[in-house]
Ligand binder design. Structure first.
Ligand code: SAH
Length: 373
């Protein structure tokens, strides 16, 4: 079977080399790059400034896009959540969150996830596969087209968070490649400084990211202040326990730019990790390592068959106060898309009759919302 090249995952120089293999001049590569990444066109047939013959030849050896929206859930607060499907029918979830001064797009790095965090619905799926660079870029192109119209310039800047399904650091090369493609000023022009990647704590990759010249911001999912509890909630902790993780964070801290902080995410599970004692342990742990991080407390999004309940608001407030009293900057993540995320992941489940879920960055909620196609 001949290999079909996915053009959305190619950088501009790679696209130029690709068209040259077809005997086309370099400027055609630039033209196609702009058509896909700036005009956000989704098929060769829409690139009408290419000859019919070239479009036919391209259709033969390449594809501009491979994922499609399966369903779309729109919240009353404007948040748009998508279940997309890859060409091989695997689920990918993406969320578009409009805010006053910017939009944030939360993308997935893998379909499913191999880590077995016990509070996370994506874990129920296991790893289906890592996404290609093109599939990562496409989620952003599709979300922007859907929110504003094909190729329409967004009225605000776009931030990206790699907090959807999957472990981005287990798909490190494709992730960095996608970020390079998206940073091109002739395309989406979303620079790494507008991107935050969240990891469950893949230590070697944290160290590697620290060495990347133009790198995204980093967030670490902590969920517990002790190894004992973290081993239960996030089994990856057995491979890289807290001491090792925080030492890597300390190394990473040296790569921070002035004013840049990195974030620890802490999902609040009632009666499991939300006591005042645990808040003190967490603050002591961070202070002992001299880490100037900020902590984001995330309300747990409960769903069958997860065995946890979200912490009460007062408990979250108390946890925050205890951390702050020990000098740890703490924020409580405001839930968005309340009316559409209840089914967080059951989106995929309902579609696929699989008991799965995802899009963890977008916790919280109650009733399923509108779905349109
Ligand atoms: N694998 C990466 C990115 C995906 S998870 C990571 O672990 O960071 C993104 C965030 O969602 C993590 O902080 C995770 O702790 C959180 N999360 C997972 N399941 C959740 C749930 N059911 N409710 C609330 N937050 C959840």
């Amino acid at each position: 079977m001949k290999e079909i090249v996915e053009l959305t995952g190619l950088s501009q120089p790679e696209l130029i080399s690709f068209v040259e293999t077809l005997g086309e001049p370099a400027y055609r590569g630039r033209q196609i790059f702009a058509a896909l990444q700036h005009r956000r066109l989704r098929s060769f047939d829409e690139i009408t400034d290419l000859s019919k013959d070239l479009r036919a030849r391209l259709n033969d050896v390449a594809r501009p896009s491979s994922i499609k929206i399966e369903s779309r859930y729109i919240s009353s607060d404007g948040t748009r959540r998508y279940l997309m499907k890859t060409h091989d029918s695997l689920p990918v979830e993406t969320v578009f969150i409009p805010e006053e001064h910017r939009d944030t797009i939360c993308f997935s790095s893998q379909s499913g996830c191999p880590l077995q965090c016990t509070f996370c619905l994506t874990a129920q799926l296991g790893l289906l596969r890592s996404l290609t660079a093109g599939e990562i870029v496409e989620q952003v192109l599709i979300a922007l087209n859907d929110a504003y119209g094909v190729g329409v310039k967004p009225p605000r800047g776009t931030n990206l968070v790699g907090m959807g399904a999957g472990e981005p650091f287990l798909n490190f090369d494709n992730l960095l490649k996608a970020l390079r493609v998206m940073a091109d000023r002739d395309g989406l022009y979303i620079v790494p400084n507008r991107v935050t990647i969240s990891t469950a704590g893949i230590v070697p990759k944290i160290l590697e990211l620290a060495e990347v010249a133009d790198r995204p911001h980093l967030a670490i999912s902590l969920a517990a202040p002790t190894d004992e509890l973290r081993n239960q909630l996030m089994p990856i902790n057995k491979r890289w326990p807290l001491e090792e993780l925080l030492k890597a964070c300390k190394v990473f801290e040296k790569s921070l730019k002035p004013g840049e902080r990195f974030t620890f995410e802490y999902v609040m599970l009632a009666g499991i990790n939300d006591s005042e004692e645990q808040a003190r342990q967490l603050a002591n742990l961070l202070n002992r390592h001299g880490l100037k991080v900020k902590v984001n407390l995330i309300p747990h999004n409960p769903a069958e068959p997860l065995p946890y309940r979200p912490s009460a608001d007062e408990t979250v407030d108390r946890f925050k106060q205890t951390l702050e009293a020990k000098g740890v900057h703490t924020y409580v993540r405001r839930p968005r898309g309340r009316d559409i995320f209840a089914a967080c992941g059951q989106l995929a489940a309902r579609q696929e009759k699989l008991n799965i879920a995802t899009l963890n960055a977008c916790k919280d909620t109650t009733t399923p919302g509108v779905t349109t196609r």
